[in-house]
Write a protein that binds this ligand. Structure first.
Ligand code: FES
Length: 157
């Protein structure tokens, strides 16, 4: 029995779920911020779904919890308040519009830069919201602002 996870090895503990608040509260505010194992995340409640991601924008570290949610190409995105980059809530992809310069009559098309913002898992149990950090092994651009010298929250260990 290890109720507080204190006997787990650090790597296992880093990816254990953490309770960040109550469902009734986030449903009212539609967003909240939390520190999960020393990583700052923002959790959005949008159209009945929860989404968690690194709080600092992959572009230059902008505060995503202060952005507006808008739909682009039918995909809900957080729009970074600093330079207006659009990041899909569901997948963390950076979206941009492109146009074919050789065809001036063509309409701009929404395209994906791929996954730029690390998405974390949200679960709900008995009215409590839990976040589990992503341990997907790829290098995500938002990691740069969530770790190392850009990390605001200092490790307690
Ligand atoms: Fe987010 Fe530049 S910091 S768009």
């Amino acid at each position: 029995m290890d109720p507080d996870g204190s006997e787990q090895d650090p790597e296992t503990k880093k990816y254990s779920s953490v309770c960040v608040g109550r469902e009734e509260d986030i449903k009212k505010s539609e967003r909240m911020t939390a520190v999960v194992h020393d990583r700052e995340v923002v959790i959005f409640y949008h159209r009945g779904e929860y989404h968690a991601m690194d709080i600092r924008c992959y572009h230059s570290g902008g505060p995503l919890h202060l952005g507006e949610i808008e739909e682009f190409d039918g995909r809900p995105c957080i729009v970074c308040p600093w330079h207006k980059y659009k990041i899909t809530l569901a997948t963390g992809e950076g979206l941009y519009q492109s146009i074919n310069p050789k065809d001036p009559s063509a309409k701009p098309k929404w395209c994906s830069k791929g996954i730029k913002q690390r998405i974390h898992t949200v679960t709900v149990d008995n009215g409590n919201i839990y976040v589990t950090l992503s341990n997907e092994p790829f290098k995500c651009d938002s990691d740069f602002y969530a770790t190392g010298i850009f990390k605001v929250i200092q490790s307690s260990s």
